[in-house]
Design a protein around this ligand. Structure first.
Ligand code: HSE
Length: 440
C-alpha cells in the first residue's frame, strides 16, 4: 500500500527528508511505501541533487495541497506565511500534515489543531522542537501518565554555540556572533535566535503538550543573550556556574480551588556546574523534564541540521502512514477518529503567570562608587524589600570604582525589581547595573 507525500520546500530539511525517502534500504519497511508525488520549490531552475523526474517539481504549492492523490503534506518552507495558509488548505482538503515549523505552530496552534480535528487529520511536529531529538512524541505518549512539573530546555542551538564559545574563548558576544555568522552557525539576521524568540516558540509548543492546553505565545516572557558579557561568564565560572539560554515551563504552586498557572519564560540563566544541562555545549540541545512519578528525564542531541531534522520529519510521516495502513486494512469508512495520544485535541487555554510572580535566585553585577558603606547600602536596599543575599563579592576596578557581584536567595521577581529600583535611584552610590541574570 503506497502513500503519496507532497513536500513543500526543498531547503536544508526538505532535501534531508527527500534523501531518506529515496533511500529506504535498512530503514523501517514502511519507508518503501512512501512515494514523493510532488515537491514544491521557489524556482525550477536551481540545480538539485535529488534523483526525481523534473515533473515532480513545481512552483505551484497550492496545487500540491489540493492534489486529490496526495495523502500527506510535509511543510518545511518555514516562516508564518504562506506556510499557515498552505497547511490550513491541506487540512481542509483532508490531508495529514507534518511540519517542522515552530513559529507557525506556536502562533497558530489553535487554528491549525481545531481545523485538523474538524477534518479528522493529523498535524505532527516532532521536528519543530529539538531537531532530531525525540521529545514531542515522548511527551505525548511515553510520558503521558505523568504529571509534568517542569520542563527546562536548551532548545536553541545558535545561542548555545555562541555561549559555549564565549565561555571557552573569553570573547565578547558581538565578535563571536560575527564569527558564527561567517561560519554558517548563525543566520544573517540572528534576531529570532539571539533574542530568545525561537526558544519561546519551542517552549510554548512543549508546554501545550506537557500541560494539555493551548498556550498563548505572546505570554511567554523572552530575553535573549545580547547583554551577556564576558565578565558575567567569568563571574559565573568563579561562582560554580555556566551561563545558558534556558527555556522554562513550570507549574506554579497553587492553593486548592485556585486556577493553576504556568511560568513560561526564556532567558539567560546561571546553571550550576553539576546540573545535567551545564554540560550541553555547542549546537546541541537538551530538554530536562521533571515529572511525577517518572522523576528527572533528559533528552539530548542535535537540535538542528538537515539529517537530524529530517529524521524527525520522516518519523512523523511513518506514524501517519502506519495509522492509515491499519485504517485501510480494516476497511474503515466515514469520519476518522483520531488517535487521542497523537492528535492535539485539547481546547482549554493554559493560564500564564506574569513574570513578576516568578520565584528565583538572581545574579546581579553592579558598578558602584568605591566608598565606605556601599556594600551596606546594597544589603539595605535588598533587605528593605525582603531580598536575602546568598553571596556578595566586591572587586576594585582600575578606574577607581567597585564591581559588586551579588547572588540572592530565592525571591519573587516583583520584590527583587522593587529593590533594584531603589538601588538605581541612588546615583551617588550605584553608577551602573551591568547585569541581572536569573539563577537556576
Ligand atoms: N535556529 C534554530 C536553532 C534552528 O538555532 O536552534 C532549529 O530550530
Amino acid at each position: 500500500m503506497t502513500f503519496k507525500v507532497g513536500l513543500l520546500g526543498l531547503g536544508t530539511v526538505g532535501s534531508g527528508t527527500a534523501k531518506i525517502l529515496l533511500d529506504p534500504a535498512g530503514r523501517h519497511p514502511l519507508v518503501k511505501e512512501l512515494e514523493i508525488a510532488k515537491i514544491g520549490v521557489r524556482s525550477l531552475d536551481k540545480p538539485r541533487d535529488i534523483d526525481l523526474p523534473a515533473t515532480c517539481f513545481t512552483t505551484d504549492l497550492e496545487a500540491i495541497v489540493t492534489d486529490p492523490d496526495i495523502d500527506i503534506i510535509v511543510e518545511v518552507i518555514g516562516g508564518l506565511e504562506p506556510a499557515r495558509t498552505l497547511m490550513l488548505k491541506a487540512i481542509e482538503n483532508g490531508k495529514h500534515v507534518v511540519t517542522a515549523n515552530k513559529a507557525a505552530v506556536a502562533l497558530y496552534s489553535d487554528e491549525l489543531f481545531t481545523a485538523a480535528e474538524k477534518a479528522g487529520v493529523y498535524v505532527l511536529l516532532e521536528a519543530a522542537v529539538g531537531g532530531g531529538i525525540p521529545v514531542i512524541e515522548p511527551l505525548k505518549q511515553s510520558l503521558c501518565s505523568n504529571k509534568i512539573n517542569r520542563i527546562t530546555g536548551i532548545i536553541n542551538g545558535t545561542t548555545n554555540y555562541i555561549l559555549t564559545r564565549m565561555k571557552n574563548e573569553g570573547g565578547d558576544f558581538g565578535d563571536i556572533l560575527a564569527d558564527a555568522q561567517a561560519l554558517g552557525y548563525a543566520e544573517a539576521d540572528p534576531t529570532a535566535d539571539v533574542d530568545g524568540l525561537d526558544a519561546a516558540d519551542k517552549i510554548a509548543i512543549l508546554a501545550a503538550l506537557a500541560y494539555g492546553g493551548r498556550v498563548d505565545r505572546a505570554q511567554v516572557h523572552s530575553e535573549g543573550i545580547r547583554t551577556v558579557a564576558a565578565a558575567d561568564i567569568a563571574y559565573a565560572d568563579s561562582l560554580g556556574f555556566v551561563i545558558k539560554l534556558l527555556a522554562v515551563a513550570q507549574r506554579c504552586e497553587s492553593q486548592p480551588g485556585e486556577t493553576e498557572k504556568l511560568e513560561m519564560r526564556v532567558h539567560p540563566t546561571l546553571v550550576p556546574n553539576d546540573h545535567p544541562l551545564a554540560s550541553v555545549n555547542d549546537v546541541n540541545n537538551a530538554i530536562f523534564v521533571e515529572g511525577n512519578p517518572v522523576g528527572k528525564v533528559m533528552f539530548f542531541g542535535p537540535g538542528a541540521g538537515s539529517g537530524p531534522t529530517a529524521s524527525a520529519v520522516v518519523a512523523d510521516v511513518l506514524n501517519i502512514a502506519a495509522l492509515l495502513q491499519v485504517e485501510k486494512g480494516s476497511n474503515q469508512t466515514g469520519t476518522r477518529s483520531l488517535d487521542p495520544l497523537l492528535a492535539c485535541s485539547h481546547q482549554h487555554e493554559c493560564q500564564v503567570a506574569p513574570i513578576s510572580e516568578t520565584v528565583t535566585r538572581f545574579y546581579v553585577r553592579l558598578i558602584a562608587n568605591d566608598q565606605p558603606g556601599v556594600i551596606g547600602f546594597v544589603g539595605t536596599c535588598f533587605g528593605n524589600h525582603g531580598v536575602s543575599l546568598e553571596s556578595i563579592v566586591q572587586t576594585h576596578r582600575k578606574d577607581g570604582s567597585a564591581e559588586i557581584a551579588v547572588v540572592t536567595h530565592d525571591v519573587q521577581e516583583g520584590k527583587f525589581r522593587q529593590a533594584m529600583d531603589e538601588l538605581i535611584a541612588s546615583k551617588e552610590q550605584i553608577n551602573d547595573v551591568a547585569a541581572v541574570i536569573r539563577v537556576l
